[in-house]
Design a protein around this ligand. Structure first.
Ligand code: NZQ
Ligand code: ZN
Length: 385
């Protein structure tokens, strides 16, 4: 196992009808900015319950944070924070609203140009403080409710921002609010959570047994409970397991002390930036081809994945690996996620554009060992046609 620090201060409040407890979690004299997206939180009752939970506190609303949140939109909220003397941010929505709120929390307390918070990749930006924030998560997918990451769109590119100052103080995970999700968002969330795990698990072995077995447990839970949630909107037991899987997939626990890949995410972000394809879907397009391309480098962990996650015991290692990748792709397809680029009208020229953008972004040495170059990205995308 590699050396690691594990730090996660987020208080999770899991379960139905708990928003009255907001009162215990936000200072009574706080001036609160409640942030949300395009209006789903009005339809599922989350906003109403949040306002009731905040009681007599002074509250201002900021709606309209779009999927793949735009820097310019977030800066409008930063202006309001400053003008109104806001002291607490409350995100109510999916990953985009939670991520956007994290960025607002950092930018509102940052003295220099806010753009300069964006260009630090997986290293922390030069922020010294942030406004406190909490979340009411309505879409299980990103893990944003319990991590320090945000992804912000700026000039048609997606930038990760990773700051320990951006951890939510608390996050409510109430499964009731997720019942208004369209089916395709459930599928996107299952794919996103699954691939958060594989980015931290399908690398090379470092004998991190707890992390490996927890990663395998999350993957198996997604394989079991994801399709039930997708098919049956009323199955609360399956949904709760799916929601907690998505949080556990990216809250730092399974990623402690192990190598990380993130190449699928970096390629996927470019597909979203250039073609507007939803985040989870981009990952499901890339992952199967990436795994086929990287079978040699990932041989040991892919064999373990085949045996322990997909219970494949027959045949050579190579047979097991091939079948495990096929089963993974079939799993995404079973959720009506199409895993080829042609379906999204992306041809050879489109692939060139994606690779060109990655070069501009400096994404030229990806993977757990930094050896996945743009020639390799090109092969992966051609194989995904
Ligand atoms: O805007 P509203 O009206 O709320 O509608 C949203 C949006 O249209 C809707 N939605 C959310 N909750 C709903 C609902 N509709 C009905 N009922 C509900 N309960 O779903 C649509 C998509 O929402 P969005 O927040 O964009 O989706 P998701 O949670 O998948 O977040 C995607 C964003 O997170 C970033 C992605 O890059 C993308 O920008 N990521 C953040 C990560 C992190 N913070 O650690 C890691 C991820 O890998 C990812 O990159
Ligand atoms: Zn993701």
């Amino acid at each position: 196992m590699q050396n690691f620090d594990f730090y996660n201060p987020t208080h999770i409040v899991f379960g139905q009808n708990r928003l009255a407890e907001l009162d215990n979690l936000i200072p009574a004299d706080a001036k609160v900015l409640v942030l949300y997206g395009g209006g789903s939180v009005k339809r599922n009752g989350a906003l109403e319950q949040v306002k009731a939970g905040l009681g007599e506190r002074s509250v201002i609303e900021f709606g309209g944070i779009e999927p793949n949140p735009e820097f310019t939109t977030l800066m409008k909220a930063v202006d309001i924070v400053k003008q109104e003397g806001i002291t607490f941010l409350l995100a109510v929505g999916g990953g985009s609203v939670m991520d956007g709120t994290k960025f607002i929390a950092l930018a509102a307390k940052f003295d220099s140009e806010p753009e300069s918070l964006l260009f630090h990749g997986f290293n922390p930006p030069p922020a010294k403080e942030a406004l406190p924030l909490g979340c009411v998560a309505t879409l299980p997918a990103t893990g944003s409710e319990m991590n320090m990451g945000a992804v912000v769109t700026y000039n048609h590119q997606k930038y990760p921002v990773m700051s320990p100052l951006a951890f939510p103080k608390f996050s409510f995970l109430d499964p009731e609010f997720t019942k208004t999700l369209p089916k395709e968002q459930i599928a996107n969330g299952i794919a996103d959570a699954f691939i958060h795990v594989t980015e931290q698990y399908l690398t090379y072995p470092v004998n991190a047994k707890v992390q490996d077995r927890m990663a395998e447990g999350v993957l198996q839970t997604l394989i079991e409970e994801g399709p039930i949630t997708y098919a049956d909107n009323d199955n609360m037991d399956a949904r709760k397991n799916f929601i907690w899987s998505a949080t556990m997939a990216l809250n730092g626990i399974i990623g402690s002390g192990v190598p990380h890949d993130w190449a699928t995410h970096m390629i996927g972000h470019e597909l979203t930036a250039s073609y507007g394809i939803a985040h989870g879907r981009t990952l499901a397009i890339v992952l199967p081809s990436l795994l086929r391309e990287r079978k040699t480098q990932k041989h040991d962990k892919l064999t373990q994945f085949a045996e322990r996650v997909w219970n494949i015991t027959e045949g050579s290692d190579d047979d097991k690996i091939n079948l495990a990748i096929d089963k993974t792709e079939a799993f995404f397809n079973s959720l009506d996620i199409v895993t080829n680029l042609t379906h999204y009208d992306i041809d050879d020229q489109g692939i060139e554009k994606v690779v060109g953008n990655m070069e501009k972004m400096g994404l030229t040495a990806l993977s757990e060992t930094g050896d996945l170059d743009l020639a390799c990205v090109t092969r992966i995308l051609h194989a995904a046609k």
